[in-house]
Design a protein around this ligand. Sequence first.
Ligand code: FAD
Ligand code: DHB
Length: 393
Amino acid sequence: MTSATRTQVGIIGGGPSGLLLSQLLQLRGIDTVVLERRSRDYVLGRIRAGVLEHGFAELMREAQVGERMDREGQIHEGVYIAYDGRRERIDLHALTGKTVMVYGQTELTRDLYEGRDRLGGKVIHEAEDVRPQDLNSSHPYITYRDGSGPHRIDCDYVVGCDGFHGVSRQSIPKDKIQTFEKIFPFGWLGVLSRTPPVSSELIYANHERGFALCSLRSATLSRYYIQVPLSDTVQEWSDELFFEELKRRLPEEVASSMVTGVSIEKSIAPLRSFAVEPMRYGNLFLAGDAAHIVPPTGAKGLNTAASDIYYLYHALVDHYARGNDRGLESYSSRALARVWKGQRFSWWMTKLLHRFPDDSPYDRRLQQTELAYLFSSERALASLAENYVGLPF
Ligand code: FAD
Ligand code: DHB
């Protein structure tokens, strides 16, 4: 026998998007249930993004989960781009008046779970066979199963925050959405190691052997990435080989001061650009990776999820508190306007910094000229900086 409950907003996916939305809504008196396919430990075991835009950090504070981020996160005022054996600093703060926060997605997700626990929020883990239903009616519902049997949650709205492989987007009839996609012919091999970071600010490196990125999580935790062919496997890359290759792609002054060590985590992520339009079908709204993916080069994935949540949160508050549906009606177009700017910037940074297997000598000259132009023009640098710190919500 199916057990039935009711909530105002049913949220599918307990990653950063779903948790942040449920936390913000509950603080405004709106009831939610979050359905997550995995266990809490599994979700917290995923090492992903590390750079938060100013606007995201603000949203965490508004959700009353920003305390540890403000204590342990690092404010960064600049980043480096390395190329041609040298390293140039981009002074984000001088160019934009803004900064970014370096704070891992794992930590942020932990803070959101603790925030949900504090408020007694309903987050159901290991929910199997989650299915949004009757999305085009005014009585949508979600069905799922757990150890105790089948369940049904009736809601006013369903929000799909279930990432790229989730069920929400797949529940929309194919002829009701348009998809846009670009797959890049390489991936990023990422390593987390308990070593002091080689640089206190991030270094994005363009090198003839391929892209490299030096990032960090704290004074004792480093996060490094190198571009690899999609055919490579994690098993082929011992820690020694990884650090050897990373050092080769960095200027000598950086490589020579790198402390190498044992990896805590090592994984390969493919690079993909993807977006769907519209981000709404009936009473289903899509947010975050469920609706769009970017290659990680501009650190925009998680940050674009945050702007979706910002728009949807305000739209739902306007609906419930003021009976005003304009925010819900315009959610998709407002979110997509910013999504596409994130797509553009991520594509541009990826093109600027990676080696593409089929690049011609002409393409290579253009890339060198793009870098030369960037560092000869305050306006070009300001454009990079305003995108990196985050365009306004
Ligand atoms: P997710 O974090 O994907 O969360 C979705 C949740 O939904 C998951 O917990 C999943 O278990 C759950 N779910 C899925 N299907 C179902 C279902 N059927 N029923 C119930 N629950 C379901 N961004 C950056 O800015 N920098 C990076 O370095 C970076 N690295 C990344 C590396 C990888 C391997 C990946 C996949 C992404 C990376 N990103 C990065 C992107 C960033 O992590 C995402 O943009 C961010 O996680 C989006 O959050 P989300 O909550 O929308 O989706
Ligand atoms: C990190 C990841 C990114 O994609 C990026 O652009 C910057 C930092 C990170 O994991 O620290």
